[in-house]
Design a protein around this ligand. Structure first.
Ligand SMILES: [Zn+2]
Length: 356
């Protein structure tokens, strides 16, 4: 898992530097930067909270991205067939909980060690008072993320609660709609009350809309089955083939990925890249020693979404489709990227012909 900082974050640093330096001189500017560092440290801890709970549920956490408006944790998203509302609620609530705990501990520590710091003084978050800012920025981070506006953490909790009573996709759509409604209310309230609310509402609205598209795409993936997209005319390799034979086959077909079959049994998978690497490393050997022995298979009727998740979870580039242990087709990333638009177009045409 890696933590990356988005480039736009540098603009925020520059912005704080210039505005605080203009107001308070260079000592004010460096305090401003410390405040930014504190807030971002707390955003990182927030995201780590999500990541740790997700990992405890066996989900792979890929990366954490820090943006000026907060963080994002990219993890393996389990599909609707593995829906687990209790798990989703725990993962979602972990982030805000981290912030509220930090706020509580920091407040108690300040009361004990530095009682002269006025916790309720205005402004609550300001570079001029870093201890107080630590407490309040965490209170705000925690509460803000608990807003029931998907894709915020609160919205995820809302979706999980809805998903207990209805279809996963419907629950997501509803959570998105509630999120967009809330974002609009926030923008309206911002017009009369505080300009920052307009900005936050705007970002929330955009976020919800992006999620909405992802959900649409996902429902499409659930709709298409593996047999709709699999290649049925494909070459196979035998474990006893030499790597040079394998390379020749790769050159003479459009295929990059090959199932390795002994008799009628699938024993491994291998791709052009791996063949080349093995040839370069050890000279001509057998497919048997260079192939990947652990692979995932899919059934004809599995949805493309299931296939995608299987591909993604192990970094595979091909997934064999089997029926009664017999290999009936393969789906590769290569052919998916080529054929996806074709598949969607045929489906659209079919639908037009059926008149719905
Ligand atoms: Zn969060």
């Amino acid at each position: 898992m890696d933590v990356r900082i988005h480039l736009t974050f540098l603009f925020l640093l520059a912005f704080v530097w210039f505005t605080e330096a203009a107001a308070l001189g260079s000592s004010g500017a460096s305090r401003g930067l410390v405040l930014v560092a504190i807030i971002f440290g707390c955003v990182v801890l927030h995201e780590l909270g999500h990541a740790l709970v997700a990992r405890r549920y066996g989900l792979v956490v890929r990366s954490i991205l820090l943006l000026p408006i907060g963080g994002m944790t990219f993890m393996e998203e389990p599909g609707p067939e593995q829906a687990n509302p209790a798990r989703d609620i725990r993962i979602a609530i972990a982030g805000p909980l981290v912030n509220l705990v930090i706020a509580g501990v920091a407040a108690l520590a300040i009361l004990a060690v530095a009682p002269h710091v006025k916790l309720w003084g205005e402004p609550l978050v300001h570079a001029g008072n870093l201890p107080r800012s630590l407490v309040w920025s965490n209170v705000f981070l925690g509460l803000f993320n608990l807003l029931p506006a998907y894709p915020m953490d609160g919205g995820r909790i809302l979706r999980a609660l809805l998903a207990e009573r209805m279809d996963y996709m419907v629950a997501t759509r509803r959570a998105v709609l509630i999120g967009q409604g809330l974002a609009m209310l926030m923008m309206l309230a911002g017009l009369v009350w505080n300009v920052w609310l307009v900005l936050i509402g705007f970002f929330l609205f955009l976020g919800a809309q992006m999620e909405d598209r992802t959900v649409l795409f996902q429902s499409l993936l659930e709709d298409v089955s593996m047999q709709d997209v699999m290649l049925t005319g494909f070459s196979i390799l035998s474990p006893a083939d030499t790597l040079e034979d394998a390379l020749r086959k790769a050159i003479h077909s459009l295929q990059d990925d090959f199932p390795v079959v002994r008799g009628s049994e699938m024993v491994g998978v291998i791709n052009k890249q791996r063949i080349l690497e093995a040839l370069r490393r050890e000279g001509n050997g057998y497919v048997q020693s260079a192939m990947m022995r652990s692979f995932e298979t899919a059934q004809r009727t599995d949805s493309l979404g299931v296939g995608f998740r299987k591909l993604g979870s192990r970094g595979l580039t091909m997934i064999p489709v089997v029926e009664d242990l017999r290999l009936v087709g393969i789906v590769t990333l290569q052919n998916l990227t080529h054929n996806m638009s074709l598949v969607l177009e045929t489906r659209r045409l079919r639908r037009v012909q059926q008149g719905d």
